[in-house]
Design a protein around this ligand. Structure first.
Ligand code: F6P
Length: 340
């Protein structure tokens, strides 16, 4: 036993069980990923472990693209969006023979465990590696907040701040000309960003994939809103409500024909994924990054770290991946009530 570390059992466990941990970011980037990387490196060093960066997600495992991390390498990145490790979608990682090559590379590099930061595709990759003998722990990071087992994912808070700021700006010009604006937000198949962005941005209408919508009804609500004296109408639409093109343009075209008021369309797009992470995202990223290192150092793997209220919990990959995260429909009803 290293006498310098007497009394700190986690250090001893970490040294006994694992010496080198790889960290990667995969799939769509989200603000706060860098804060999570920084936390893994700093916590790893504190536990006497070596943290290695894997560039470009699982692709880096496949081609053996690794980088050593020192404490100073993660200096000044807590406030940066994107990911210093870069990210990629690697569909070839679904093939077992490709993963076998990747595992060989990891062994050659002496990487004994992996912390994977990303969304559901990242989780699937981490689950497969774990089953095939490389211990992994996953940190949920996606602006979509569509992962079962965690209240929040890294990046969604920053994204919502961007959405709300955009709606605020749009409302001023909408009011000036008494226009209706259709604002399309991301989220893939989830309506979370639209629901929370619309609620917090005070939108008049929110269209999400989880709730059937009727454009005739939306048109009549808008018409009645103007009749009641509203100066603007903001309709927030989730990209996932329409699969054959832009959701906002689809809705916009219909409403233009129906209501006779001026309609404009804004698709917020990738600006929702960019920018500096909020204090909240930096906070959870720091906590989850450090906890992931602790987990691996204590021989706990095959789990995602989730936030349940303020607490961090571990959830088995199979439980996360076999369940859908449900939206809180009470919030949808509240948004409807408050939009009158
Ligand atoms: O999953 C995050 C996300 O931003 C989704 O909201 C969106 O549908 C998708 O990624 C966009 O992917 P890409 O950046 O590959 O166009």
């Amino acid at each position: 036993m290293d006498t310098a570390n007497q009394g700190d059992t986690s250090v001893d466990k970490g040294r006994d069980y694992m010496k080198k941990i790889g960290v990667l970011t995969s799939g769509g980037d989200s603000p706060g990923m860098n804060a999570a990387i920084r936390a893994t490196v700093r916590k790893g060093k504190a536990l006497g472990l070596n943290i290695v960066g894997i560039n470009s997600g699982y692709k880096g495992c496949l081609v053996g693209d690794f980088r050593n991390f020192d404490l100073k390498d993660v200096s000044g990145i807590i406030e940066e969006g994107g990911t210093i490790l870069r990210s990629k979608r690697a569909p070839e990682f679904k093939k077992k023979e490709e993963r076998t090559k990747a595992i060989r590379n990891l062994h050659r590099e002496g990487i004994e465990g992996i912390i994977a930061i990303g969304g559901d595709g990242t989780l699937r990759g981490a689950k497969a590696l774990n089953q095939e003998g490389v211990p992994t722990v996953c940190i949920p990071a996606t602006i979509d907040n569509d992962i079962y087992g965690t209240d929040m994912t890294i990046g969604v808070d920053t994204c919502l701040n961007t959405v709300v700021e955009s709606i605020d700006r749009i409302r001023t010009t909408a009011s000036a000309l008494e226009r209706t604006f259709i604002v399309e937000v991301m989220g893939r198949d989830s309506g979370y960003i639209a629901l929370m962005g619309g609620l917090s941005g005070g939108a008049e209408e929110i269209l999400i994939p989880e709730v059937e919508y009727d454009l005739e009804e939306v048109a009549s609500d808008i018409y009645n809103g103007y009749k009641r004296g509203k100066q603007h109408m903001i309709v927030v639409v989730a990209e996932g409500i329409y699969k054959e093109g832009s959701a906002a343009h689809h809705v916009g075209k219909h409403l233009k024909e129906q209501i006779g008021f001026e309609v404009r369309v804004t698709v917020l797009g990738h600006m929702q994924r960019g920018g500096n992470p909020s204090a909240y995202d930096r906070g959870i990223a720091s906590r989850l990054g450090a906890e992931a290192v602790t987990c691996l150092s204590e021989a706990k793997s095959g789990v995602m770290l989730g936030l349940n209220g303020h607490n961090i919990e571990t959830i088995d990959y199979s439980e996360v991946l076999s369940n859908n995260k449900e939206l809180d429909m009470g919030l949808y009803e509240l948004a409807q009530t408050l939009s009158q």
